[in-house]
Every structure is written in structure tokens, then in C-alpha cells.
Design a protein around this ligand. Structure first.
Ligand code: HSE
Length: 441
């Protein structure tokens, strides 16, 4: 096919769930997509890079399209747009960089790659004047990248609050509704195919944090260094915490916050948090995602939908393919050179200066004076206590090891950390205290 023909040749690296989804969407809706792409644009997958060409796939792609050699796919003159769906940050980086240097638009859903190494790739995209699209990298099928980059471009983005990891949302929901403990809820999420094969990034908060970094970068105009982002996952959430939250009128969610402060600094963090059960984000269940954006013009807006899965994610990938196709065939200026920094550098608010109220659970050996000792160290740090509780197991009223829960008034996180360090040194505290923020959204 000539460069000027109407058919755009695609090379896909990675043909798992999402890659097969792209194949299926193009097969199912190719005609419609072509019409909507402003005329006769068609897409044809010409090369598929996989590790194991013999593996049974979820799409009926002919065997002769498969190769294990990504370099030859990128170099193939029939491949005009490169779709990167292999994940990871090493080979994926090489592959995307090679495509951009070869002048081929890239579509990727790889949030880790862009959050960790995006600055270099965006630079290459600008240098070679070739777009890189990544709608599928954040919140699967929800068009939040285009919303922030385009639809809300006239707004100063005051805050973004997101539930952007479906797996952890599902696990927390099952711990809440069915009172499962964490390992059982995780097992269920894996059996249902929600958690990634290696669920580490899903449950340790980093999958969500990578997405928050991308949103923060787009909203605030400077590349955000992952090392400056505070990230905690859901591995340490216990049914006790969930029950406690419920009794107080809260729900536990893995929440990402990106917030601009008056001094221009940006607060960015991901962690399990208590959110009021009346807040709209509290009703985001299952593997759904939601991103609440507050702009100075638009006010509050909410983007809700499927944040993972074959068809939703393929929906975003194919939308990006259409944009890449328009760039190639219709000389559109619309192709994003990834992200164009407009602030030399921004300031991330030190996590110790960020403030909320807190729920803290202390695993302790129960002895007389435990509560008094903890309370006195909190008081010494100037931290107010709004409630305490020690759930008693009716079958074991004299249990030796218990959890003491303290609800604390709003204070800087650094002040809390200082107090916790002293409390952890008490002989009665058996494990690290577990902290949840109580968010007022
Ligand atoms: N595994 C992710 C989730 C989807 O559960 O939301 C891909 O980032």
C-alpha cells in the first residue's frame, strides 16, 4: 500500500487481551470507524509481535502476521503506525523510541512507561514531529486524556480525585460487601481475570500512581518525577478497617489525589482513604473507574466507566489509531507530540506538608496504660483525637494482641509521622501502625 493510499498499515506489539481486542474492534466496526475517520480511512494490522507465536489467541489473526522480532516490525515499510501493548519499561521503551525515530506515530496503553520514561519519549516525539497517543494508558475506556488535554484546556485544574485501579476497587468492594479478608478478595479478583497476572502494581498502588502522574503532568504542565509521589497500596487493609469506616459513614477506596495549592505547589498522592459514603466516588464499585476533575471554569465534572478489560481499553486504542490515521493522511495538526511542557518545572508539595484527618490503627499488646501512652504522645505532638476504639472479640475478651484505633483531627502528615515514630517505639506496639487518610472531597 502506498503512503498516500487510504489504508493505514499497523504493527502491534503485544497480542494479549487488549491487542486481541483491537483486532476484534477493527473487524467488527471497521466500516463505521472508517466513515467516522472522515472518509475512506481504513486500518489493516500487518504485523503482530509476540513472544510465543504458537500460543492460542483471543482473536482470529492469521498465523503469517506473527513474528517475535519487534525491530523488523518497526522497520517494515508496510507498518505506518506502531501500537505498543507489551507493557514494562525496557523493551517497550526501545520499541517506542525506535518507532518515533523512524517517523511512525505510536499508540500505547503503557502507563508505567510514560510515567517513568515519558519525558524522553515526548521529547523524541517533538524532535521527530511525530505523534504519540496514550488514551488507553489511563482509566481504560474513559476518554480522560483527551478531556484533560483538549476539552478542559481552558480551565485551571484545581483538583483531580480518581479511583483508577479497577482491581483494587473490586477487592475493596468485596471486602466491604462480602466481608472477605484481603487474600480471599485478591484470589477472587485473580480468578475473575481482573488482576494482572502479576498483581503487584495493582495492589501496591503503583498502577494507579502511574496514571495519576500522567494526569498530573497533563494538568499542570511539567513532568512529575515518580520519586516525589507518595504511594501506598491496599495490601495492608483489614476487614476491621473497612468495618470501622462503614460505622463512621465512610467507604475505603484507593484514591489518587492531584491538587494545586495556593502557593502553586502540587500535592500528588495515592493511598487507601476513607471517603464519605455520600460522595459520588463512594458509589464507584466493581472494576469501574471514576475521575472527578474540578476546573475553575467547568466546576466539578465526573468521568466514569470501565477502567480495564478488553473492549473498553481497545476502544481507547482504536480512537488513538484514528487520530494517528488523520495525522498521516489528512495533514492534521492534531497529532499530539505526547505532552508539551509549558512550565519549566513545578513544585511538588512535600507529602509531610499535606493535611487531612486520619484513622490510625495500632496493633498492640494489651496492657494497662496502652491507650494513655499512645494518647499522651499524640497530645505531645499537638494532634487532637476525635475518637478511639478497640474492637473486642466477644469470644476472647482478654486477648493479648489487639488493635487500637484512633481517629485524629486534621494535621500535617509530617507531624503525624513524628508522633508515630515515637509511638512505634513503645514496647506495647507490636507492628507498624496503619494509617488511612480521611478525605474531605
Ligand atoms: N490492572 C488495571 C486495573 C488496568 O485493574 O485497573 C490496567 O491498568
Amino acid at each position: 500500500m502506498s503512503k498516500n493510499g487510504t489504508t493505514i498499515g499497523l504493527g502491534i506489539a503485544g497480542f494479549g487481551t487488549v491487542g486481541a481486542g483491537v483486532w476484534n474492534v477493527l473487524a467488527r466496526n471497521g466500516g463505521l470507524i472508517s466513515e467516522r475517520a472522515g472518509g475512506a480511512l481504513k486500518f489493516e494490522i500487518r504485523r503482530i509481535v509476540v513472544r510465543d507465536p504458537e500460543k492460542v489467541r483471543e482473536a482470529a489473526a492469521p498465523a503469517d502476521l506473527f513474528t517475535t522480532d519487534w525491530q523488523s516490525m518497526v522497520a517494515d515499510p508496510g507498518v505506518e503506525v506502531v501500537v505498543e501493548l507489551i507493557g514494562g519499561t525496557d523493551v517497550a521503551y526501545e520499541l517506542v523510541a525506535a518507532a518515533l525515530m523512524a517517523g511512525k506515530p505510536v499508540v500505547t496503553g503503557n502507563k508505567a512507561l510514560l510515567a517513568e520514561r515519558g519525558a524522553d519519549l515526548f521529547e523524541l516525539s517533538r524532535k521527530h514531529d511525530v505523534p504519540i497517543h496514550f488514551e488507553a494508558a489511563v482509566a481504560g475506556g474513559i476518554p480522560i486524556i483527551k478531556a484533560v488535554q483538549e476539552s478542559l484546556v481552558s480551565n485551571r485544574i484545581d483538583s483531580i480525585a480518581g479511583i483508577i485501579n479497577g482491581t483494587s476497587n473490586y477487592i475493596l468492594m468485596r471486602m466491604t460487601e462480602a466481608e472477605l479478608d484481603y487474600p480471599d478478595a485478591l484470589k477472587e479478583a485473580k480468578e475473575l481475570g481482573y488482576a494482572e497476572l502479576d498483581e503487584t502494581l495493582d495492589v501496591n498502588g503503583w498502577d494507579a500512581a502511574h496514571k495519576a502522574i500522567l494526569l498530573g503532568t497533563l494538568a499542570h504542565g511539567f513532568p512529575i518525577d515518580p520519586e516525589e509521589v507518595y504511594v501506598r497500596g491496599i495490601e495492608y487493609v483489614r476487614p476491621l478497617d473497612i468495618r470501622f469506616a462503614k460505622n463512621l459513614g465512610y467507604v475505603v477506596k484507593l484514591l489518587c489525589i492531584v491538587r494545586e495549592h495556593e502557593d502553586g505547589s502540587i500535592e500528588i498522592r495515592t493511598q487507601p482513604s476513607f471517603i464519605p459514603k455520600t460522595h459520588i466516588l463512594a458509589s464507584v464499585n466493581d472494576v469501574f473507574n471514576a475521575v472527578a476533575v474540578r476546573g475553575d471554569g467547568v466546576g466539578d465534572s465526573l468521568f466514569y466507566g470501565r477502567g480495564a478489560g478488553q473492549d473498553p481499553t481497545a476502544s481507547s486504542v482504536v480512537a488513538d489509531l484514528v487520530e494517528a490515521g488523520r495525522f498521516l493522511r489528512q495533514a492534521s495538526e492534531g497529532g499530539h507530540r505526547g505532552f508539551l511542557p509549558y512550565r519549566e518545572q513545578g513544585v511538588i508539595k512535600p507529602i509531610d506538608e499535606t493535611e487531612t484527618a486520619y484513622y490510625v490503627r495500632f496493633p498492640v499488646t494489651d496492657r494497662p496504660g496502652v491507650v494513655a501512652d499512645i494518647a499522651s504522645l499524640l497530645a505531645g505532638a499537638g494532634i487532637g483525637i476525635s475518637g478511639t476504639h478497640s474492637p473486642v472479640d466477644p469470644d476472647e475478651p482478654d486477648a493479648e494482641f489487639v488493635d487500637m484505633v484512633f481517629l485524629l483531627h486534621t494535621c500535617p502528615f509530617g507531624t503525624l509521622k513524628g508522633a508515630l515514630k515515637k509511638i512505634e517505639a513503645l514496647d506495647c506496639v507490636t507492628e507498624r501502625p496503619v494509617v488511612f487518610r480521611i478525605e474531605s472531597l
